[in-house]
Design a protein around this ligand. Structure first.
Ligand SMILES: Nc1ncnc2c1ncn2[C@@H]1O[C@H](COP(=O)(O)OP(=O)(O)O)[C@@H](O)[C@H]1O
Ligand SMILES: [Mg+2]
Length: 338
């Protein structure tokens, strides 16, 4: 069953300028995105820096207003709810950020910052002893020692701070967690430990997750299914099982061939791809990947291919070449007719 359904979601950021401070142009951060997240699954979003992953993740839990489209959470359309109407949903939908240090108040001890979240959302009755017990239990759940409660965020390593970020998200008993590049800033050796923790907690608490990453290899190991984004569009959606053999979109293939980037500050372009990513201010009418695509045809430059089912079950791809190939030749898996 779908926990969240996203229909035709669009998010533009207006950019103001000039003496009258008028809207002079818009960043097309997320363009007409449709998908669902099943209860209990980990859905990945992958794509290069700036393609709209964080915007989509934040819009989904209404940390951004949406420009158009719908977000249906457990059957309720939350896309246009006011701040007050959103309150009951805020607790259920939590987010973990890439850089836990900037999202943890440096002046609060771990105990104080967890207490703040617990009290704000009224998770427990206002009994100091039971709140304290709950905090110690949470800290142990994320693999830290109980004495961490009375220390400050700067006293911890990056991996430990991400554990604290996870504890804070868990503290309010959420159903759904957006993890926005949660391990991208960590050393490779620490990444695996934090991913293991998240995977265990997901099972233990029956969570549903949206996991954002620029690294398709991490997504492949951690997620059940993945959406591949390019300049605000989802260009492919597929299961992560047997990913290498399943991938169809030329952009996803390029991502698979790309060298993993160990250093998050090193925003190298993918070496296998030539050509520029179009501007998000003035996206082209056709496929946004056309300028870098090895399969490009004339049609790709003027008409955006829709995300459509490909040969494999549950697999969706937005590419004129793959669609036309499928239309011309029946898929090999189709039963032979006598
Ligand atoms: N608050 C904002 N105001 C204006 N533009 C934004 C804002 N946040 C993101 N953008 C722009 O939207 C696009 C998508 O950004 P983002 O969602 O952060 O991408 P990603 O997470 O994939 O790196 C980028 O062009 C970025 O510059
Ligand atoms: Mg981001």
């Amino acid at each position: 069953m779908a926990l969240i359904e996203v229909r035709n979601l669009v998010k533009h950021f207006p950019v103001r300028g000039g003496v009258l401070n008028r809207v002079v142009r818009k960043v097309h951060a997320v363009s007409d995105v449709t998908f669902e997240i099943k209860s209990g699954e980990i859905l990945g979003i992958v794509g290069e820096s700036g393609c709209g992953k964080s915007t989509l993740g934040k819009a989904l839990i209404r940390l951004h207003d949406v420009t158009s489209g719908q977000i249906i959470y457990e059957g309720d359309d939350i896309s246009r709810m006011s701040h007050r109407e959103l309150m009951p949903y805020r607790r259920k939908m939590q987010i973990i950020f890439q850089d836990p240090y900037s999202s943890l108040n440096p002046r609060l001890t771990i105990r104080a910052l967890l207490k703040e979240a617990i009290k704000f959302h009224g998770v427990l009755d206002d009994d100091p002893q039971s709140i304290d017990d709950y905090i110690v239990e949470l800290i142990k759940t994320v693999g830290l020692r109980a004495d961490a409660a009375d220390r400050f965020p700067h006293e911890f390593s990056g991996g430990q701070r991400q554990r604290i970020g996870i504890a804070r998200a868990l503290s309010v008993k959420p159903t759904f967690i957006v993890a926005d590049e949660p391990v991208s800033a960590l050393d490779v050796s620490v990444q695996a430990q934090v991913l293991n923790l998240m995977s265990n907690l997901k099972e233990q608490f029956g969570l549903t997750m949206l996991f954002i990453s620029h690294d398709l290899k991490v997504v492949e190991h951690f997620c059940d299914r993945v959406l591949v984004m390019y300049l605000g569009h989802v260009v492919e959606e597929l299961d992560t099982m047997n990913l290498d053999a399943q991938v169809e979109h030329p952009y996803t293939k390029a991502l698979l061939g790309a060298n993993p980037i160990d250093d998050p500050d090193d925003r190298r372009p993918l070496t296998v791809l030539k050509g520029d990513v179009p501007s998000p201010f003035d996206p082209p009418p056709g496929c946004p990947f056309a300028g870098r695509c090895p399969l490009v045809q004339d049609r790709c430059k003027c008409e955006m291919p829709p995300l459509a089912p490909s040969a494999a079950d549950g697999h969706m791809v937005a590419c004129w070449e793959i669609e036309t190939t499928n239309a011309a030749t029946p898929p090999v898996t189709a039963p032979a007719r006598a």
